[in-house]
Design a binder for this molecule. Structure first.
Ligand code: HEM
Length: 394
């Protein structure tokens, strides 16, 4: 037996060395993939940045960040906020390699390719929209752990791509933000449910409904908190009626409710800051993913203390129990899964269920990277008095 392993060893080494930098590991045995990871060092993992030094009102659609349509190879996804940041700015290198990502300085909020390091995402959402530091870290590290590549420390804001480097072994997905069933999920405001088509692209019919609800419920035909409450409720009701595969539970419920509130804050010009988004600006963000002309970000960092009471307000108007459809119009409630108000329960569910399912038994550099990112995530939720979860031990 020992003789066979020795005979096989050179073959594995050869396979590992033969994998190109952006190669897919699909089709290799688990052992070959494990060998590959063991033989490939982790990309450096810069810690998340601290709060902005200058954190006030600022013109963010400025001449140094012009809007440029994404090119054919640039990835964009379901998030109008991140797509907008990637569309504003000048590309420094045409197609950076994985190693260049770790050294290049970008004169832009995000790399135009749509592939970025998590610390770059934190910086981008703070600079471009004035998200508070802890809130930005929470959004980014939960997404990076579930949808990003821990080995290369890169995540796609769109679909799965070889640009994030070789994947860790399955069942890890590294699907990018467009990966359905993670944070991308059903009942979006301006995208269709995955059952009906591509959930990452703008849908005109959905936006018509967004506009109609703003006209009917919002102050002066704007998308405000009342319009948000009614639209969020209607989107769930509509999917219950029409989508046989609807899933509406942790962690999607938290992203759905937060994202219903975001436009009333971050898409409103910071000089106005009145919680009322006009439909012209709404279309600009949701469709071409473009800052309106002369757009200023929020006048002060916006974090959990602002967002959470607003999501609670939406919930209180139309309470619901998480659940899923078993066929159209047959919503099965799942009261044992974390409720929207159970923030620590949702944190725990992301880490102990979703992440653990993708990484049942990580080891070596992969484990090291996951632990590092888990610590970054927990540093963002400490203010909630959650108990730290250790899915892979301490
Ligand atoms: C910081 C990291 C962020 C991550 C990882 C992230 C991720 C996502 C994802 C995965 C979705 C798709 C959810 C769905 O299925 O509808 C989404 C939607 C959305 N995001 Fe983001 N996002 C981030 C920041 C932001 C920011 C800063 C804004 C606003 C300035 C924003 C605004 C939105 C809105 C409004 C939607 C809903 C789109 C719709 O329902 O049609 N996001 N985001």
């Amino acid at each position: 037996m020992a003789k066979i392993s020795i005979l096989l060893l050179p073959v594995f080494v050869k396979v590992a060395l033969a994998i190109p930098a952006y190669g897919s590991l699909a089709g290799l045995t688990q052992r070959q993939v494990d060998d590959f990871i063991a033989n490939n060092t982790l990309a450096p993992i810069p810690p998340p940045p601290g709060p902005l030094v200058n954190d006030g009102l600022l013109l963010v659609n400025d001449p140094s960040h012009p809007f440029i349509q994404p090119g054919p190879d640039d990835l964009r996804g379901p998030c109008p906020g991140l797509n907008t940041l990637a569309n504003h700015g000048v590309r420094k290198t045409l197609r950076p390699t994985v190693s260049e990502f770790h050294f290049a300085e970008f004169n832009q909020y995000l790399p135009r390719s749509g592939v970025a390091r998590p610390d770059q995402l934190v910086t981008a959402v703070m600079e471009g929209f004035n998200l508070g530091n802890d809130f930005a870290r929470f959004l980014v590290y939960q997404a990076h752990l579930i949808d990003g590549n821990p080995i290369t420390n890169l995540i796609s804001i769109g679909m799965k791509t070889p640009q994030t480097g070789p994947d860790p072994p399955a069942p890890a997905i590294v699907g990018g933000l467009s990966q359905h069933g993670t944070f991308e999920g059903d009942t979006s405001m301006t995208r269709v449910d995955a059952f009906f088509g591509n959930p990452a692209i703008f849908n005109e019919t959905r936006f018509d409904e967004f506009s109609a609800f703003s006209m009917q419920f919002g102050v002066n035909g704007t998308y405000d908190i009342n319009a948000a409450a009614e639209l969020r409720h209607q989107r769930l009701e509509d999917s219950i009626q029409t989508n046989p595969e609807l899933s509406f539970q942790s962690p999607r419920i938290l992203s759905a409710f937060s994202e219903a509130v975001f436009p009333t804050i971050f898409f409103v010009d910071g000089r106005l800051d009145n919680g009322q988004l006009n439909l012209q600006a709404a279309r600009s963000f949701f469709q071409p993913n473009k800052f309106p002309d002369n757009f200023f970000r929020q006048p002060a960092p916006v974090s959990f203390p602002t967002i959470q009471p607003l999501t609670q307000q939406l919930f209180d108007k139309h309470p619901f129990v998480p659940g899923m459809n078993n066929g159209t119009n047959n919503f099965i409630e799942l009261p044992d899964t974390p409720a929207l108000s159970d923030f620590c329960g949702i944190y725990d569910d992301i880490v102990n269920r979703v992440l653990k399912t993708q990484y049942p038994n990580p080891s070596g550099p992969l484990l090291e990277a996951l632990q590092t990112n888990l610590n970054f995530l927990f540093s963002a939720v400490e203010g909630h008095n959650c108990t730290q979860a250790f899915p892979f031990g301490q």
